[in-house]
Design a protein. Structure first.
Length: 193
């Protein structure tokens, strides 16, 4: 292949080599003639090209395997991305619902606070009204106690006066009784004379 033998060139060969070529197997002779015709170089290029092609095919197989693996990973990643998008959507919806719930609870509590403040104000007014009534009643009770004390004093004086009068009455009755007795005796003495 590298000797320069070709279709248009001449080469010198030893006589034993020519005999050897003529007596060799047809495959060996074919190789010599192909080399002389310049085909061997192309066959070597062809073998190299086929080797490179096989290497390339192996690379393509490896690349195909990698592509399949990457596609499988892409599918998995797409599913994960879908899950992440759904999770994000659910989280946004949950935040929105949490916000609405908090607002609703705030409104309910504000309403309840307002109602309780109104009830407290009403109770305060009622307490003030009743406190004023209690003060009036206490004043009235104090006046009634003073009047009761006065009446007790008057009753005591009246009882004392009544006892004096009774004592006087008893004395007068006793005197009357005594005088009647004397009068009877006197009449009895006068009738006997």
């Amino acid at each position: 292949m590298g000797t320069g033998i070709g279709r248009t060139s001449y080469s010198i060969m030893a006589q034993g080599n020519i005999t050897q070529i003529l007596s060799s197997k047809p495959e060996d002779r074919r190789m010599v003639f192909e080399e002389a015709a310049g085909i061997t170089k192309f066959k070597a290029h062809k073998r190299e090209a086929l080797r490179k092609l096989e290497y390339t095919e192996q690379n393509l197989l490896r690349v195909s395997d990698l592509i399949r693996e990457v596609k499988r990973q892409i599918g998995s990643l797409q599913r994960q991305a879908g899950k992440a998008r759904r999770y994000k959507q659910f989280m946004l919806e949950l935040q929105h619902l949490d916000t609405q719930l908090a607002r609703h609870q705030f409104d309910v509590l504000q309403t309840e606070i307002g109602e309780r403040q109104a009830a407290v104000e009403k109770l305060r007014e009622e307490l003030e009204t009743r406190s004023a009534r209690v003060l009036r009643d206490e004043n009235e009770i104090a006046q009634l106690r003073r009047r009761f004390t006065e009446l007790e004093h008057q009753i005591s004086e009246s009882q004392h006066g009544g006892l004096e009068l009774k004592s006087q009455l008893d004395r007068h009755e006793s005197r009357i009784h005594f005088n009647e007795e004397r009068l009877r005796k006197f009449k009895g003495n006068t009738a006997v004379r």
